[in-house]
Design a protein around this ligand. Structure first.
Ligand SMILES: C[S@@+](CC[C@H](N)C(=O)[O-])C[C@H]1O[C@@H](n2cnc3c(N)ncnc32)[C@H](O)[C@@H]1O
Ligand code: SF4
Length: 388
């Protein structure tokens, strides 16, 4: 969407800032739940949906967190009925993130009844010791049970989140988790290397010297992931994302790729609701307060809960969009980048591109620039060079 367009925004994100318990590695804005605050949040979210609905015609919706599946049936019904009243149903792709400990058949059926068609489940590992180490609230058994519940409710598009290079994780354990997770038959896999986020217990343990980071082992686990995923029918389309069903009709990404995330990587507009959520609409980036009580207070007074707003210069924004899009295996087709940002990628970033090609992290042809397998492994570093 161009900055001057008055067309409604087609992408909606809703942040649910609660979890059953906080995992040891996680820096997302969320806290262990309290019944009363969740109730208050639900009312505030209803109000925020009312304030934003006139500017949204959703093609993709994503409820992320935190753990959206932690809302109870009554709270979910309230949110979904509000969306129905506000004409926010009917998205082509509607994802809800869930934790295996908070999925139930009733909830999953309710989601389906209102048009939710994709569930992303945080699994991380199928090894009990590692689940424990990560502070996960669920057992491996619960993963299998919840997956089955989702299938029984009729979900035919499921993502599983896994993590690798976890302290204490051996290659054998990673291979087993990959094998069992892929064996479940989900349509999508997201696999993240552990990031040591400041102010998390895992980061503190690293700082205290309780373990060290083994970069070689992380690389080997990433290689194993690429091999296991591709040999069992997944196509990698972004550094951490793999999906099924690639055919000549599929275009540049597999059929079950996450459309909502592709909109981010391709620099599309989106409204973000809920505490800590960001929006990018008509050239303005806005961020909600990262405090659930403050968020609720604002909306109880009938106001949006926006903490800050900024307008990036067109070149800054183009640099960001270049960086996001290069995370995708197909990189940036030049005509598409020009259409999205108004800039010529090959010309504006010619020295960065030359350098990446030289170190074998980038590949250039007449049509596009993309990262090589080696470049993708270090996509964050490579992408940084495009920021202005
Ligand atoms: C919002 S959570 C997903 C759903 C749900 N909250 C759960 O964890 O079960 C998003 C995903 O980000 C990944 N993640 C979170 N913190 C991470 C970190 N520090 N390093 C790597 N991956 C992380 C995990 O795989 C997690 O499932
Ligand atoms: S990984 Fe998921 S369940 Fe764990 S604290 Fe983060 S958002 Fe919550």
């Amino acid at each position: 969407m161009s900055p001057g367009s008055d067309k409604p925004v087609s992408s909606l994100y809703v942040h649910v800032p609660f979890c059953a318990q906080k995992c040891s590695y996680c820096a997302f804005y969320s806290e262990a739940s309290s019944g009363e605050l969740i109730e208050r949040y639900t009312s505030a979210l209803v109000r925020e949906l009312e304030l934003v609905a006139h500017d949204v015609k959703p093609a993709t919706v994503f409820f992320g967190g935190g753990t959206p599946s932690i809302l109870n049936l009554k709270q979910w019904r309230r949110v979904l009925e509000t969306m129905q009243r506000l004409n926010l149903l009917g998205a082509a792709e509607w994802t809800i993130e869930s934790n295996p400990a908070t999925v139930s058949l009733d909830k999953a059926k309710l989601w389906r009844d209102f048009g939710v068609n994709r569930v992303s489940m945080g699994v991380q590992s199928l090894d009990e010791n590692l689940l424990d180490r990560l502070g996960r609230v669920h057992s491996r058994d619960m993963v299998f049970k919840s997956y089955d519940v989702l299938r029984r409710a009729g979900f035919d598009n499921i993502n599983l989140d896994l993590m690798f290079a976890i302290p204490g994780q051996t290659m054998t354990v990673w291979e087993q988790t990959l094998d069992e997770a892929i064996g479940l038959g989900s349509e999508h896999l997201s696999c993240y290397e552990v990031i040591y986020e400041e102010d998390t217990p895992l980061y503190e343990q690293l700082q205290a010297g309780q373990f060290s980071v083994d970069e070689d082992s992380a690389c080997a686990m990433y290689e194993e992931l690429l091999e296991a995923a591709s040999s069992r029918g997944f196509q990698q389309y972004e550094i951490a994302n793999f999906a099924r069903h690639m055919s000549p009709q599929s275009g540049e990404v597999p059929d079950r790729a996450c459309l909502h995330n592709i909109n981010y990587w391709r620099g599309g507009s989106f409204h973000g609701l809920g505490p800590s959520a960001t929006s990018y609409v008509r050239g303005i980036r806005a961020k909600n307060w990262s405090s659930t009580p403050l968020y609720c207070e604002c909306l109880e007074r009938g106001k949006r809960a926006i903490e800050s707003q900024e307008e990036l210069s067109p070149l800054q924004r183009a640099g960001e969009i270049a960086a996001f899009g290069l995370r995708m295996n197909v990189g940036w087709p030049f005509h598409q980048f020009q259409q999205t940002t108004g800039y010529d990628l090959a010309q504006e970033w010619s020295s960065e591109i030359d350098q990446l090609v030289e170190q074998d992290w980038g590949r250039l042809n007449a049509e596009r620039f993309q990262l090589t397998a080696q470049g993708l492994r270090f996509a964050d570093l490579a992408a940084q060079q495009f920021l202005r």
